[in-house]
Design a protein around this ligand. Structure first.
Ligand SMILES: *[C@@H]1O[C@H](CO)[C@@H](O)[C@H](O)[C@H]1NC(C)=O
Length: 193
């Protein structure tokens, strides 16, 4: 027996016991339930009860942007002001990151969060900064001249940028990037808030 039939039967029984008034009230409820059942049927038995648009959950949503890249090989003696190329992509939703150049190009306007890490050896340095269209956003200092073991640096940045703005990690002016350890230790990542 379907829910509809149950409700109909209840209504008829209520009519017999309580008279016409109560039944017409139930008829309204029945109509509403019938309508909701139809919505569920039209949607293959699924009901979006949260009111969220389920399409927003898909990773193919065009506005979703998230990337992460790392290095396997070491970067050795990279000239000052060069872009640091993290050539191994882990994630690249929205295709903003170019692993051949190390440059992230924003697919859309928005607030973005970036972070990067550089690991270097003792007696080496590899000082970097995060650049927006080539200009400094934030630096960190990976200098291990008087360090017995390795040293790493990392930084985060929260910036509001425009479509086609370029964000990348650069070697500091006046410094050669002597040695950045690869082997999954150094990374560059970002996402749109
Ligand atoms: C640089 O990175 C290191 C290692 O993650 C961190 O401990 C340090 O606080 C950072 N320096 C700055 C100025 O953020």
């Amino acid at each position: 027996m379907s829910l509809f039939q149950v409700i109909l039967l209840t209504c008829v029984m209520t009519l017999m016991v309580n008279g016409h008034k109560s039944c017409s009230r139930n008829a309204g409820l029945m109509k509403s339930i019938q309508y909701q059942l139809k919505l569920v049927e039209d949607n293959n038995g699924k009901c979006d009860c949260t009111g969220r648009d389920s399409r927003r959950d898909s990773v193919t949503e065009p506005d979703k942007v998230a990337f992460m890249a790392k290095t396997i090989s070491a970067l050795i003696n990279i000239p000052a002001k060069s872009t640091v190329v993290y050539d191994t992509v882990v994630t690249n939703i929205g295709n903003g990151y170019d692993k051949s150049t190390g440059i992230f190009t924003a697919p859309s306007n928005g607030i973005y969060i970036f972070s990067w890490t550089v690991l270097t050896h003792n007696h080496k340095y590899f000082v970097t900064y995060l650049a927006l269209n080539g200009n400094v956003i934030i630096k960190n200092y990976t200098g291990a001249n008087s360090v017995a073991d390795h040293i790493s640096s990392s930084q985060n940045a929260v910036i509001e940028i425009k479509k086609d703005d370029k964000v990348f990690v650069k070697v500091l002016e006046g410094n050669t990037g002597q040695y950045m350890i690869g082997n999954h230790y150094s990374s560059f990542s970002g996402y749109k808030l």
